[in-house]
Design a protein. Structure first.
Ligand SMILES: C[S@@+](CC[C@H](N)C(=O)[O-])C[C@H]1O[C@@H](n2cnc3c(N)ncnc32)[C@H](O)[C@@H]1O
Length: 320
């Protein structure tokens, strides 16, 4: 893998400026401030993140060989396989992931429970309606996402309620309901998780029974982000009921793949091969994420121990 070599001072001195340059270019190109975190992050944390994703992606590609193509296709993707909309950080998951989410949701609430999708480029609302869930609301900032859900629901003769709303804003009172479950797939940064989780909770009338299916990649939060996540859960009186590592898979957008992984491939072949090192998976096809099921903290539950959030991300697991 060459992962431990990435930590040696000589390799680090060569690669660190290149990684920072890629992040700077992505910030400019995509106007996506989340890459600024790469500019500030500790090198060891970035190496852990890269290793974790490389290993997960390689393991998934192995499994993908025996999966039908339809299972690997993402919603909201055009005929050329490009993600239609990146301007709101859209990154739709695979059809297999949608099925897994429905399986998990079926263990959390009944078919008639009110469910809110806070951001739905995955089109989970349509899949839920098709699976027989009768009270599904899709909320999104992007009218194009909502139009697609509305049209496809109509064509399929299913009912999905549509709400256009920016989760960073306070919702109109008419949008707030007694949802039993909120599903959200935030932008994969500490700020993104905060925005989506707090925005989603503002949509729910306080009743203490709400569950949240928070789909996010924990390692992408980096160590500081995990501490912030723990504080965020405590501040909102939420505890982790279940941790579902690796349960979300997203085909990497081809345009991003070509640029980011093209540069990684170049680094691999120029800087590293001369040192006798090969990076694994410099062109990962899939981004493999996690999910947490959250519930309101009961009167008897204590504050979240830090290990609860950190467990399972375990950078040590990918150090070998
Ligand atoms: C944030 S994206 C998924 C991000 C992906 N997990 C990642 O890390 O790149 C999920 C959905 O949220 C929607 N979305 C983005 N910003 C939003 C906002 N401020 N309010 C409501 N929905 C938003 C997007 O349109 C998209 O359909």
């Amino acid at each position: 893998l060459g992962i431990s070599a990435l930590r040696t001072p000589r390799i680090r001195a060569r690669l660190q400026p290149a990684f920072r340059a890629i992040a700077r270019a992505l910030n400019l190109w995509l106007r996506n401030a989340s890459y600024e975190r790469v500019l500030r992050a500790r090198w060891d944390a970035l190496v852990d993140l890269y290793a974790e994703q490389a290993l997960r992606s390689a393991a998934f590609e192995e499994r993908a060989r025996s999966m039908p193509a339809g299972e690997l296709r993402a919603a909201g993707v055009d005929a050329e396989g490009q993600n239609l909309r990146r301007r709101h950080h859209q990154l739709p998951c695979t059809a297999a992931t949608l099925r897994e989410r429905i399986r998990v949701i079926s263990t959390i609430c009944s078919r008639d429970a009110p469910i809110l999708l806070a951001g739905d480029d995955d089109m989970l609302s349509l899949a839920l309606a098709e699976a027989g869930f009768t009270d599904v609301t899709a909320l999104d900032i992007d009218p194009a996402v909502l139009d697609q859900i509305h049209i496809e629901a109509q064509l399929a003769g299913r009912s999905v309620q549509i709400v256009q709303h920016d989760l960073s804003q306070r919702p109109p009172a008419a949008f707030v309901r007694d949802y039993a479950l909120v599903v959200t797939d935030p932008i994969c940064t500490p700020d993104g998780v905060r925005l989506f989780l707090q925005g989603a909770l503002r949509m729910v009338t306080p009743h203490g029974n709400v569950r949240v299916l928070l789909c996010t990649h924990l390692a992408s939060q980096l160590p500081e982000g995990l501490e912030q996540l723990e504080d965020l859960l405590n501040a909102n009186d939420l505890v982790i009921e279940r941790f579902l590592p690796g349960c979300g898979v997203y085909p990497n957008p081809r345009r991003l793949m070509r640029v980011v992984f093209g540069v990684l491939w170049f680094l691999d072949h120029t800087c590293l091969r001369s040192e006798g090192i090969t990076l694994a998976a410099t062109t990962p096809k899939y981004f493999v994420s996690d999910a947490l099921v959250l519930r309101a903290r009961g009167p008897q539950a204590s504050r979240l121990p830090r290990a609860t959030v950190l467990e399972g991300v375990s950078p040590q697991a990918v150090r070998s």
